[in-house]
Ligand binder design. Structure first.
Ligand SMILES: NC(=O)c1ccc[n+]([C@@H]2O[C@H](COP(=O)([O-])OP(=O)(O)OC[C@H]3O[C@@H](n4cnc5c(N)ncnc54)[C@H](O)[C@@H]3O)[C@@H](O)[C@H]2O)c1
Length: 263
């Protein structure tokens, strides 16, 4: 029987943390699972050391994986990564776009303009350049799946990090727009909205004490790990979601549905 990702070629951007001997990112774990399931994976990131190490370990385990340097704000980097993928593997079926940077902005007035631009560029310019870089190859492959990693912060806000929340909300609207434009090409575009998840992205902030405090705000009673988010990503990437496009899949343990404890 054919496996879920057999014969599929996936470009996983922001997936450098795919080394199981270290803390996994959820795009990294998604890359690992696609390769284990018979797919071909190209990991792209700016963290070349982590990316090369992850791909080296995947190859040692007999999996098919490549690494390419890609800064999501550079159109020429996107072009080169897609070109490398298609010339080597003849097709492109899946784009997972998970590149992100934290937002240290406190109030709107105190947020530095360059810091605002940087968050917007990595998230919003990144998704725009990424989507337009892959559609032609996906069309030639008979269709494809683009999974944009947004955040539960697209739905709720804090009293800080305005740029992050705004950029993540922009992502969900972009996904709907791209889903409409590329539906007739059988290219699906969806978002995953993760909640608090322990990954390299959050590990410096999520010490045990902070994780325990956060867990009290989560109906499922714990912060997530990479596997909690990779599941929804892989679902949307796969043909199991073949009629799902323009959607937002919340993977937040119930946080955004809860008004909070009534004490
Ligand atoms: N961990 C969480 O709690 C959480 C929650 C919601 C959303 N997110 C988002 O999920 C995504 C994946 O994060 P993760 O938690 O798996 O951590 P992660 O650190 O494994 O993934 C983020 C990756 O993005 C890469 N990156 C940063 N800037 C880049 C750029 N300009 N070009 C290419 N790559 C770049 C980093 O090198 C890193 O490998 C991020 O966008 C993050 O904002 C994370």
């Amino acid at each position: 029987m054919k496996t879920r990702f057999e014969g599929k070629v996936a470009l996983v951007v922001g997936g450098a943390n795919a080394d199981e001997s270290r803390l996994l990112g959820f795009a990294g774990l998604s890359a690992l699972e696609i390769a284990r399931d018979g797919g071909i994976v190209v990991i792209a990131d700016i963290d070349d050391e982590a990316g090369e190490r992850s791909v080296g370990k995947m190859r040692d385990a007999g999996l098919t994986a490549d690494y390419v340097h890609l800064n999501v704000t550079s159109e020429s980097d996107w072009f080169a990564a897609v070109e490398m993928t298609v010339s080597k593997h003849n097709r492109l079926d899946i784009l997972i776009m998970a590149a992100g940077i934290p937002d240290r902005g406190e109030t709107i007035e105190s947020t530095d303009v360059d810091a605002w631009r940087n968050v917007m560029d990595v998230t919003n310019l990144g998704m725009f350049l990424g989507t337009r870089s892959v559609v032609e190859s996906m069309r030639a492959s008979g269709g494809g799946s683009i999974v944009l990693i947004s955040s539960m912060m697209a739905r709720v806000v804090r009293d800080q990090a305005n740029a992050y929340a705004t950029s993540r909300a922009g992502m969900t609207h972009f996904a709907r727009s791209a889903a409409v434009q590329y539906g007739s090409d059988n290219i699906r575009v969806n978002c995953v909205l993760p909640g608090w998840t322990l990954t390299p992205f959050t590990s410096s902030a999520f010490n045990d004490e902070w994780s325990e405090r956060l867990a009290k705000r989560v109906p499922l009673g714990r912060v997530a790990d990479a596997s909690d988010i990779a599941g929804p990503i892989l679902f949307l990437a796969s043909d199991e979601a073949k009629y799902v496009t323009g959607s937002e899949l919340l993977a937040d343990g119930g946080v955004t549905g809860w008004i909070g404890p009534m004490d």
